[in-house]
Design a protein around this ligand. Structure first.
Ligand code: SAH
Length: 629
């Protein structure tokens, strides 16, 4: 569970009444969070007590936490936080839970602070209504100031308030995207205010579209907007620039940093667009370089002279070759750093920078990769969505779906969870036959750094996507950690089906899928025989498709060899869905009813009985009349 709330940590909760302590407690447990209370409530368990005024206490907590959850009246919270608020780009998320637990309110820093997302999560967890008052939410749009967060883009300079206001007024917004993922463009609701498709590097107005009222640049270029410009403009910087560095031993961190800044500036490139630093392996321990990378959270990619030699560069040097065994360090490293991009291109060829009063010299070259560097460890959440109805999905699974950057699943199941989805999520609904492609796609996106929820009906680990994804990861020599995998269980079809007819499973039971797409039929037949012989209550998954009709008849014959023809059989079609249909019949006659791929067949054991409309398997082996032992 902690992974779900990782983005909001450190998180803290504050309650001032016993009722609000009760409301916040499950949230604190799920998030591993401290719950602060005044000394009047110190008798309560699992709380931390502050003494003195809450406003003084809050002042100390404020800068140490990313998110605050209050169990207080909103008015009180407004007064408490008012003196502490600075700017929406730096303020923490502030969420209020009302005392009855009916509402969770995103009070402050809804976008950049993440309060809207936290509000949705908490609301799902405690079955409350999330109260989100931002305009983008209403329109089903991602906030423009959080648009690039899933891809690790950096927010650049611009009139963010002006552009957000234009979007809220539903005015046309021109988007000029020169770099970074365009996935978000194809996952917008219709209609949306964005205009795309402008030729690169131009902002010209097209004749056949209404004049834009704001402009969004998505680019590694650092643009200067004048304050009296005609349109409000903002810029996002995807991290696509790999800075190749060559330097003399002992060059200071400051000189390296200055050199990078100078080269970026001279080429109108944004610092925010830096993905990372690349160099030769000899420099892996260069103190100035290592310090810079550590402080600025830049990955440092090092390559051997042999690797660097393979890259064709514009300015090779014989001197460098004689010294380190490759004619280029900065340029070649920049290009290799930008890999595994399909076609990294050198954007700035090497520049040598020295400073008068400092030792050493730095060579800087910059390559641009096609795919941005996200800078996070991706997550793969394998989520079981239960049989159908939303209230049959565990709150943890609901939160995972609501929280993920990307949701991948079979179209029908994506539709079933549509009310959990939030604006800005990438939803990839694929046909049911393409499970392996779905698994590969999910892994590729998580490898990139995104949080991907792969949804499967029922339990994802029972004839579901979890096995496929983990198998695929294994074949890719996954290290078990990156991407981080978490499995969210769900109510599987046999449980859902059983619940609709009573207690048919009750004792020892097994599940057998009759689909021979991924399993040889001989194996399935052996298992049917073994289950029938061993008197297991048996749930048959995938019992009959349009083309695969004989297997269910063979299964019946096998069971008839070992069980009474009157053994109860329940056919449950589409449990917990709108078109649910239930038939109680017997082993001898169940083929007379309709059975399809939406049906689970439950075959009772020797002791199973039908009573009224219920199918009951006794708790003990000693007979139906035997009471609980
Ligand atoms: N992962 C799923 C099973 C997928 S195999 C789970 O754990 O439930 C697909 C089979 O599951 C179907 O052919 C059908 O036999 C069964 N099934 C899935 N959902 C069902 C439902 N709502 N009602 C009855 N059977 C269902």
């Amino acid at each position: 569970m902690p992974l779900l709330f990782q983005d909001f940590q450190p998180l803290v909760a504050i309650a001032t009444t016993p009722a609000s302590v009760k409301r916040l407690r499950p949230i604190c447990q799920a998030t591993n969070t401290v719950l602060w209370v005044p000394d009047s409530l110190q008798h309560l368990e699992a709380v931390q007590v502050y003494s003195g005024s809450l406003s003084a206490h809050l002042e100390t907590l404020w800068s140490q936490h990313r998110s605050f959850v209050f169990g207080l009246a909103t008015g009180a919270v407004v007064r408490l936080i008012a003196p502490l608020l600075q700017h929406k780009s730096t303020d923490p998320a502030v969420v209020v839970v009302d005392e009855t637990g009916k509402f969770v309110i995103s009070l402050c820093s809804g976008h950049q602070g993440g309060a809207d997302r936290l509000t949705r999560l908490i609301a799902l967890q405690i079955s409350a209504t999330p109260v989100l008052t931002g305009a983008a939410n209403g329109a089903g749009l991602p906030g423009i100031d959080v648009l690039g967060i899933p891809w690790g883009w950096h927010r650049g300079e611009g009139n963010w308030t002006g552009v957000s206001a234009a979007i809220a007024r539903q005015e046309p917004i021109q988007v000029i995207q020169e770099a970074g993922s365009t996935l978000w463009q194809s996952h917008l609701p219709e209609p949306h205010p964005f205009q795309f498709g402008f030729p690169e590097h131009t902002a010209e107005v097209k004749e056949d579209v209404p004049a834009p009222k704001a402009r969004v640049w998505i680019s590694p270029i650092q643009r200067k907007f004048s304050s009296e410009a005609d349109l409000p403009k903002v810029q996002w910087h995807p991290r696509v620039l790999w800075v190749g560095i060559g330097c003399e031993r002992g060059t200071s961190r400051q000189l390296i940093e200055t050199a990078i800044q100078q080269v970026l500036q001279a080429n109108h490139l944004a610092e925010g667009a830096i993905a990372g630093i690349a160099t030769i392996d000899l420099k892996a321990d260069e103190v100035g370089l290592v310090e810079l990378c550590r402080d600025r959270h830049f990955p440092l990619r090092c390559f051997t002279a042999e690797q660097l030699r393979t890259v064709q560069v514009p300015t090779p040097s014989a001197v460098v070759e004689a010294e380190v065994g490759t004619p280029s360090v900065a340029e070649a490293a920049a290009v290799l750093g930008a890999s595994p991009s399909l076609s990294p291109s050198l954007r700035v060829s090497k520049q040598i920078v020295r400073a008068e009063n400092q030792p050493g010299a730095v060579t800087v070259a910059i390559a641009q990769s096609e795919q941005e560097y996200i800078g996070r460890t991706g997550k793969l959440w394998l989520v079981g969505t239960g049989p159908g109805q939303l209230d049959q999905i565990t709150p943890a699974a609901q939160m995972a779906i609501a929280q993920a950057d990307v949701v991948i699943g079979y179209t029908l199941y994506v539709e079933l969870v549509s009310s959990l989805l939030r604006p800005g999520q990438i939803i990839e609904a694929l046909p049911i036959t393409q499970e392996r492609q779905r698994a590969k796609r999910a892994i590729a996106l998580a490898d990139w750094g995104l949080t991907v929820a792969v949804i499967s009906s029922g339990d994802c680990g029972i004839y579901g996507m979890a096995g496929l994804v983990l198998e695929e990861l294994r074949s890719l020599s996954w290290d078990g950690k990156t991407p981080a995998v978490q499995v969210f269980p769900g109510i599987t079809a046999l449980q859902a089906a059983a619940s609709r007819v009573g207690a048919p499973l009750m004792h020892d039971f097994c599940a057998i899928s009759l689909s021979d797409l991924l399993t040889p039929w001989e194996v399935i037949e052996q298992r049917l025989t073994a289950a029938a012989q061993a008197d297991f209550v048996t749930a048959l998954y995938n019992p009959r498709s349009q083309t695969r009709t004989e297997q269910i008849a063979i299964a019946q014959q096998i069971f008839l060899k070992h069980r009474d023809p009157d053994t109860p059989v329940a056919l449950i079609r589409s449990a917990y869905r709108q078109d649910e249909h239930i038939t109680l019949t017997t082993l001898a006659h169940f083929l007379e009813a309709s059975i399809d791929m939406l049906t689970t067949v439950l075959i009772g054991n020797q002791s199973s009985r039908v009573y009224a409309d219920w199918m009951i398997t006794p708790r003990g082996y000693l007979g139906f009349s035997q009471t609980e032992i």
